[in-house]
Design a protein around this ligand. Structure first.
Ligand code: GLN
Length: 489
């Protein structure tokens, strides 16, 4: 099988008239129908919305041949994680409590993508409220990894990653609070980018941990990721955390030339829990980068080893607060038979039935660390260490342009293997959560396979708002290696 189309080639074909948007859209929907029963990557298919958009593009082009020239995503099928609001289309966050929730508005990124000509073919399965690293916390059952269906695609944006890896759509959208774009990208052999905090509007994202959440693209190539991010990025009056910065124009940054760039390697972090084949692939990737004219620099991130405890304190604290709004009153689901009980009983039964075990665990943990008497010892302390981790990265970036690490310490593990051990599950996030705690941009690119043919990811973290740096290195690396062209059978 040849490498599947990129968003860039599909868009150019539609803009030039070589292919109609409707034909491109139907092909994606056919693949979805054929492949998804075995993958379970989608919660909802939005065929009508996508086809209506496609026909509209074709009509506009028929009326005026240059009408689509200004649309960077004309006719590009895209899958959107089911924690992003879509007007009139069920948006569940893979939770029972939102199973029938139909938002009255679109997330800003949905508006922007469709405005650029993208066709949303469906809403992807994920861990419930984006809490998890394996997709097994979805109330609707897990996604299966296209490389080995007995294994996890990673999480929480596993459905988006699987959709792209399987070639259903060339690109997809996910959210990343502690690695949920980068880790599934790594485990599925594709590219995934978490932008800087403030780069992309979260208006319409179902909040998990508001000081960590970012929305970002999945793609086959760094160039496609840049194309999507160029569309998604920018200030939004509806999200006060978005930065007032000019459009990044990232596609122009992908020159292929990385000579003289410095790649920081925190070798001490490679000690704990790293799978030997992942280590081997990571070190080989560093050699490739050196071969392209970069310099490898040793960096210390002394406080990064506290990232997991800090993340699981901050993220749970914020989640316990964000999820307080699901109370049986405002969003539809209410436990049956509780409408004439007292209010407290209604709340309790609704939340007991509506939330899954991992979400409950986090609400309890987060409520605990915020409660009087424990706040100073846990939450406040975590925020202080978070600042120190950011200082470590700031120090590193005085001597280096990007920091390289493996994305995940292990390749895709088997479904069911880790569900009974939450701590083991949390440790998967050891290399990814720092970028969220610090707000820095980070990307995962495919960097090889295990002998059992499971994909491995290389993670590059950049200085704040320097997505251009990580994309340039990622793109140069992809041009050299071609791992991104590999597809599952
Ligand atoms: N695995 C992490 C968690 O469970 C990350 C989740 C995310 O990025 N949404 O919290």
């Amino acid at each position: 099988m040849s490498a599947p189309d990129t968003a860039a080639t599909l868009r150019d074909a539609v803009v030039s008239g070589a292919r109609s948007a409707e034909e491109v859209c139907r092909e994606a929907l056919d693949r979805l129908e054929r492949l998804d029963p075995a993958l379970h990557a989608f919660n909802t298919v939005t065929a009508e919305r996508a086809l209506a958009g496609a026909r509209d593009l074709d009509r506009r082009r028929a009326a005026s041949p240059r009408a689509l020239d200004s649309l960077p995503l004309a006719g590009v099928p895209v899958a959107v994680k089911d924690n992003l609001c879509t007007r009139g289309v069920r948006t569940t966050a893979s939770s029972r409590i939102l199973e029938h929730y139909v938002p009255p508005y679109d997330a800003t990124i949905v508006t922007r993508l469709e405005g650029a000509g993208a066709l949303i073919v469906g809403k992807t399965n994920c861990d419930e409220f984006a809490m998890g690293s394996s997709n097994e916390n979805s109330a609707f059952g897990p996604v299966h990894n296209p490389w080995d269906r007995t294994r996890t695609p990673g999480g929480s944006s596993g459905g988006s990653a699987a959709a792209v890896a399987a070639g259903i759509t060339p690109v997809a959208i996910g959210s990343d609070t502690g690695g949920s774009i980068r880790q599934p990208a790594a485990l599925c052999g594709i590219t995934g980018l978490k932008p800087s905090y403030g780069r992309v509007s979260r208006y319409g994202l179902i909040a998990f941990a508001s000081s960590l959440d970012q929305i970002g693209p999945f793609a086959r190539t760094a160039a496609d990721a840049a194309r999507l991010l160029d569309v998604m990025a920018g200030e939004d009056p509806r999200d006060a955390t978005t930065a007032a910065l000019p459009a990044p124009a990232l596609q122009g940054a992908l020159t292929g030339d990385v000579r003289g760039m410095r790649i920081g390697v925190p070798r001490r972090l490679l000690d704990q829990g790293l799978d030997p084949e992942v280590r081997e692939a990571f070190l080989a990737a560093l050699d490739v980068l050196r071969g392209r004219g970069t310099t490898l620099v040793d960096v210390e991130l002394p406080r990064a080893r506290y990232a997991i405890p800090v993340y699981y304190l901050v993220a749970t604290a914020e989640a316990s607060s964000n999820l307080a709004r699901y109370d049986g009153v405002r969003y539809g689901f209410r436990a049956p038979g509780t409408s004439d009980t007292d209010l407290r009983t209604m709340y309790c039964r609704t939340r007991d039935l509506g939330f899954g075990p991992e979400v409950k665990r986090r609400i309890i943990l987060g409520t605990y660390v915020l409660s009087a008497g424990y706040y100073d010892a846990y939450y406040l302390k975590a925020q202080q260490v978070r600042t120190l981790i950011r200082q470590d990265y700031d120090d590193a970036f005085t001597r280096t342009d990007v920091v390289a690490l493996p994305t995940s310490p292990v390749p895709a593990f088997r479904l069911g293997e880790r569900v009974d051990d939450p701590l083991q599950m949390y440790l998967n996030d050891v290399f990814t959560v720092s970028a969220n705690l610090t707000g820095l941009p980070a990307i995962s690119v495919p960097c090889g396979f295990t002998r059992g043919r499971l994909p491995i990811g290389l993670q590059l973290t950049g200085p704040g708002f320097d997505e251009a740096a990580i994309l340039r290195v990622a793109d140069a690396y992809e041009r050299e290696t071609g791992w991104w062209k590999e597809v599952p059978e």
